[in-house]
Design a protein around this ligand. Structure first.
Ligand SMILES: [Zn+2]
Length: 419
């Protein structure tokens, strides 16, 4: 399971950077109900509903997944592509449709009205996205969709919900907020199947991503409860395996909702009690009953990051420490600490010592050493070594990526110093 998360960034970028190359593996196709398929053309899933009038496709994968997805769809049906619903505007869900359009298909495209703002944000923050996502390990490309031709704009948008009729069958598209503010999920009542997009992924919801725009933990819980109430037989997820059987669906979705609500309540209680962000996060305890759920493990995101995201949503940016309101530069702070400690080498020695007993604290000391004297070889080596240990001990992909950052900073410093 861990292995899969580690590949997410890599797969995303390979696909975007070289869409003509196509997906590396043959797509997996699972018939979850009659004429209803989950297709995995790459790292994200698509859902396919075959009707007498044509096909309803929910999501289209990464740009690089397009050809594989088209082949997979044609393996199971010759019907024309009637309608496409994008569950949200992320790169791994809304960018593979070009392969169908190039092949002459002319589906109507449905998306939530906020999808257009999402695309506009991608264009405005292309450099930021390249920097943030380029950090992911193994990336061999850096481009993020930003040019007008990169985006397929929906023909039909909606605000709360939308009913589609295809081949005389009813499909309900509902808006939600979760990882994004433009999310949609599809309910096929006759088949008792939900296509959930990234609202259901089989691990702890990515509601706290440290370097990305606001996530919506409370509304995510709302959506999970709404889905759970439908008594569906199958939920086709945005990634990984689908959820089958009404008991398993209720168990996973209601536990997810409770987990998210627990974090939101803790953050709001703390804010209302006048606590600082660090006090709120430090005092967060997730009940074992929630933390132990096998499909809500923190392999991607962490409860602490979700808590931070709630604090950011309702509070300001100040961390509550007076010195940090208009702080001295971090390098000046670090130099002062090094001075008090008797030099950068003393910090580096202490950081390595602490790494055996308190890795979290060791990271601060190692970072002070590097910030105080970025050109010092001992500070550089210590910085990378201590954070490598932290990264190796970390489960979440988001945490691992953050703890890998010292490599980037030390490499940049070495390039600057010409060695
Ligand atoms: Zn996704």
């Amino acid at each position: 399971m861990q292995q899969n998360f580690g590949n997410i960034g890599n797969a995303q970028f390979q696909h975007i950077a070289a869409r003509e190359v196509g997906a590396p593996h043959p797509p997996r196709i699972v018939e979850v109900a009659p004429h209803t398929f989950m297709i995995q053309p790459g790292m994200a899933n698509a859902a396919l509903f075959e009707t007498d009038e044509g096909l309803l496709l929910v999501d289209a994968g990464c740009a690089g997944d397009g050809p594989a997805l088209l082949r997979a769809v044609r393996e199971v049906s010759e019907q024309p592509l009637h309608t496409v619903v994008f569950t949200h505007g992320h790169v791994d869900h809304a960018f593979g449709l070009w392969a169908f359009l190039d092949a002459g298909e002319r589906p109507r495209v449905v998306g939530h009205q906020n999808l257009l703002d999402h695309y506009a944000r991608y264009s405005r923050t292309a450099g930021l996205n390249a920097a943030v996502n380029g950090q992911q390990p193994g990336a061999n490309g850096r481009s993020w969709p930003s040019a007008p031709e990169d985006f397929v704009v929906p023909d039909i948008t909606f605000r709360d919900s939308l009913e589609l009729r295809i081949g005389g069958e009813r499909f309900v598209v509902r808006h939600a907020k979760g990882e994004t503010d433009d999310a949609a999920w599809v309910w096929a009542p006759q088949r008792r199947v939900i296509a959930a997009g990234d609202l259901v992924v089989g691990y702890l919801p990515n509601a706290g991503n440290p370097r990305k725009v606001q996530r919506y933990a409370e509304e995510w819980a709302d959506a999970a409860e709404q889905m759970a109430a439908l008594d569906a037989d199958c939920v086709i997820t945005g990634h990984g395996e689908c959820v089958r059987g009404s008991d398993a669906i209720r168990d996973e979705l209601l536990t997810m909702a409770e987990y998210l609500r627990h974090i939101v309540r803790h953050a709001l209680d703390g804010l209302n009690a006048g606590m600082r962000p660090d006090e709120i996060v430090e005092s967060l305890v997730v009940p074992e009953r929630l933390a132990a759920h096998p499909r809500l493990q923190p392999g991607y995101d962490r409860p602490e990051f979700i808590c931070r995201n709630v604090i950011r949503r309702y509070g300001g940016w100040w961390d509550g420490h007076a010195a940090n309101l208009l702080p001295a530069p971090t390098a000046a702070q670090a130099r002062e600490i090094a001075h008090l400690a008797g030099g950068v080498d003393a910090l580096a020695v202490r950081a390595r010592e602490l790494a055996d007993t308190d890795l979290r604290l060791a990271c601060h000391v190692a970072e002070w050493a590097f910030l105080a004297e970025p050109r010092s070889p001992s500070a550089q080596e210590c910085y990378v070594a201590v954070f490598d240990r932290r990264r190796d001990a970390e489960r979440s992909l988001m945490g691992k990526l953050g703890f890998s950052d010292p490599h980037r900073r030390v490499a940049a410093q070495r390039a600057k110093s010409g060695r």
